[in-house]
Design a binder for this molecule. Structure first.
Ligand code: MIC
Ligand code: SF4
Length: 643
């Protein structure tokens, strides 16, 4: 029988399907070939993996990167690094030492393989889509399960073709394309979709540009984004000395999609995301002349050789404006080596840029917070309020081209006015894998290797089975688009990631600094805590701490208008029921501090998920649409408790 024509997503998913039927089931289980973790989510992932009692990882490849917590003020970060290194040695994981670079950039360069699946404990794992991987971000415990050989579950996807036509103009780049897509689809309402890039314009984009686009697909809230694997991919892999990793994966002629959106690349203008959401997209033209105080270039979205070399070409022989500070963080040692060899590093230094460590750094608010009320142009992917470390800062997300052009005058400038030549794809990248440890023992591990556990490494708390009925308090009421940066702030608090009781003190710190204390007081009185939220609750990062720490504080349910995919999965993994208001207007029936009766919550989860909640302003209906697997996890009190 002739097979029906397939798109790229169908090809890769069908080759990895282990549970469910895409034609009828709402959820699919897929086999995971590769995993990645970064340090800020990795310590929990590995503590959870350890508790699964598996002698070594069962994936084709698992890599543990250190790139988030690299500042090392105090012992905490270094304790985490040692723990991660020792775990990697023992269980057959490749360890990327601090200083090697940013996980997504490194993975793309050295390990990502077309046609495979990659699961990462970081929401920007879809960067791998740039090389034709189905690469998905998830909570740490899901990565632990995948490392132990278990399937990963995704909502059965709808696939939208983003058809690229034409060619970008000089001075316009991949960042502008993804901002254009974000302008159209926004940061909410895309749960369950996968965006597949197709059309003749695809061939005009190099792999780093494709990766910029799939990276920032995370901001759409889609499951992932993917490009085909074609001649451009083949050239990139060959240049990385990995020709053998190439397989061609393109959509068949006549392949079907659930929807289609056409982007004419030749018409894309320089774009920017205005404060405080990546979905707040405007043209650069509309902000031309706005005075800028800070410009930060780098992050996993825009830190490739192509990007930083382009910035150097803009700044060559010139100097950044007096009133602006410019920081540049490259994505990897490979990028830095290339910039050193071709003279770009000297150009950037001479231009007055601050060259920073090749790590997440500024992107996660770990340093270089802007001054009070500053306008900061950044090439990263998120501009949530306060994420930079300065609540009053106005952060705009831009392309490296716009960042560079604006650095010269200290005002927002159009990069198309004096554009530089396109950076050609290197024929050969310099390869130096010396900071990837344990490659020889990958998949095997080292028997008897000791695990190093400093005082910053605490135990992972386990949930308890869901009670029959719950008397609860609406511990907080928040609005729409609450991000995980609101729920579980990073920046200065990031170093407590491996210590839940300590980190839990900062849950909802930007919204209600007393949340921690009031939750614990309710818990002591035998009352459960409930979070009330608007649309698109839990946008942003994959950090499972945004579920794990609330669980620790006795949160048993979230009642929202809608919940984002990764956060919803994290809530379930930690035994918190993700309810949705049946009638969104009922959101107005609850106030913070209200006593709520969740009578029959266990039976509701076991059954159709519908529950009538009683509050001071009357009753309202909520619903959790759950698969059997999810029901089981919630009834047990979360994934760890279910093992
Ligand atoms: C982010 O960009 O918000 C992070 C920090 O990389 C997170 C992961 C984390 O919180 O550790 C993400 O994107 O998943
Ligand atoms: Fe790191 Fe920023 Fe990328 Fe997150 S978005 S992985 S913090 S560079």
């Amino acid at each position: 029988m002739k097979q029906k024509p397939m798109n790229v997503v169908e090809k890769i998913l069908s080759a990895h399907l282990v549970e469910g039927d895409p034609a009828k089931d709402p959820e699919l289980g897929i086999r995971i070939d590769q995993t990645l973790t970064q340090d800020a989510t990795g310590t929990m992932a590995y503590l959870q993996f350890e508790s699964m009692d598996v002698p070594r990882v069962k994936t084709d490849l698992s890599v543990s990167y250190v790139d988030h917590n690299t500042v090392q003020i105090g012992f905490e970060n270094a304790d985490d690094h040692d723990f991660l290194q020792s775990i990697a040695k023992k269980y057959g994981i490749v360890y990327s030492k601090c200083g090697n670079g940013i996980c997504h950039q490194l993975h793309l360069e050295r390990f990502g393989k077309p046609g495979t699946t990659l699961l990462g404990s970081d929401s920007h794992t879809p960067t791998g889509g740039g090389i034709g991987q189905i690469a998905i971000g998830a909570g740490g415990i899901d990565i632990a399960v995948a490392m132990a050989g278990g399937a990963f579950h995704i909502p059965t996807p709808k696939v939208r073709a983003i058809v690229l036509k034409g060619k970008l103009r000089k001075g316009v780049s991949a960042k502008d394309v993804i901002l254009k897509v974000l302008e159209k689809f926004g940061t909410k309402g895309n749960v369950g979709w996968i965006f597949e890039y197709t059309g003749p314009g695809v061939a005009t984009l190099d792999v780093p540009s494709r990766a910029t686009i799939t990276n920032m697909g995370a901001e759409l809230g889609v499951t992932t984004s993917v490009f085909p694997s074609d001649a451009v991919t083949k050239q990139f892999l060959a240049a990385q000395g990995r020709a053998k990793d190439f397989v061609r994966i393109v959509a068949d002629k006549g392949a079907k999609y659930d929807d289609e959106f056409v982007v004419d690349l030749s018409k894309v203008e320089p774009m920017m995301a205005a404060p405080h959401s990546p979905g707040n997209v405007v043209t650069v033209k509309s902000k031309k002349g706005l005075k800028v105080n800070q410009i930060m270039i780098g992050s996993c979205t825009n830190s490739s050789y192509r990007d930083i070399r382009t910035v150097a070409l803009y700044l060559k022989g010139k100097h950044v404006a007096d009133d602006v500070e410019v920081g540049i963080a490259c994505g990897s040692r490979q990028v830095i080596n290339m910039l050193a060899k071709d003279g770009s590093l000297a150009i950037l230094h001479a231009a007055g840029c601050r060259m920073l460590e090749n790590a997440c750094g500024f992107c996660i608010g770990a340093h270089m917070s802007p001054r009070t009320g500053a306008v900061s142009l950044r090439t990263n992917n998120r501009n949530f309020e306060g994420r930079s470390g300065t609540k009053s800062a106005q952060v705009y997300l831009v392309s490296p081209e716009t960042a560079a052009a604006s650095a010269l005058t200290g005002k927002v400038e159009l990069p198309t006015k004096n554009p530089v030549a396109a950076v050609p794809s290197p024929k050969k990248f310099p390869i130096d894998d010396a900071m990837f440890l344990y490659r020889k023992t990958a998949g095997k591990g080292v028997k008897g290797a000791e695990i190093v556990r400093g005082p910053n490494i605490a135990q992972v708390p386990k949930g308890v089975p869901l009670a029959k009925d719950l008397s609860a308090v609406a511990a907080i009421k928040v609005g729409d688009k609450i991000t995980t940066d609101h729920i579980m702030p990073a920046g200065a608090r990031l170093k407590f990631r491996s210590n839940i009781p300590q980190y839990a003190k900062f849950v909802f710190e930007p919204c209600d600094a007393k949340f921690h204390d009031s939750c614990l007081a309710n818990k002591e009185k035998g009352l459960a805590n409930v979070i009330i939220a608007g649309e698109s609750y839990g946008q942003g990062s994959s950090r499972e701490h945004a579920a794990l720490c609330p669980m620790y504080l006795g949160v048993k349910a979230v009642v929202a208008k809608s919940v984002e995919r990764i956060h919803r999965a994290n809530l379930i993994n930690f035994g918190i029921v993700p309810f949705i208001f049946e009638n969104p207007k009922d959101y107005d029936k609850v106030a913070a501090g209200d006593k709520l009766e969740l009578k029959g919550i266990r039976a509701a989860v076991e059954g159709d998920g519908v529950l009538v909640v009683k509050g001071p302003k009357g009753e309202f209906k909520v619903k959790a649409s759950l698969s059997d697997r999810e029901k089981h996890l919630l009834l047990c009190g979360g994934l760890l408790a279910s093992l």
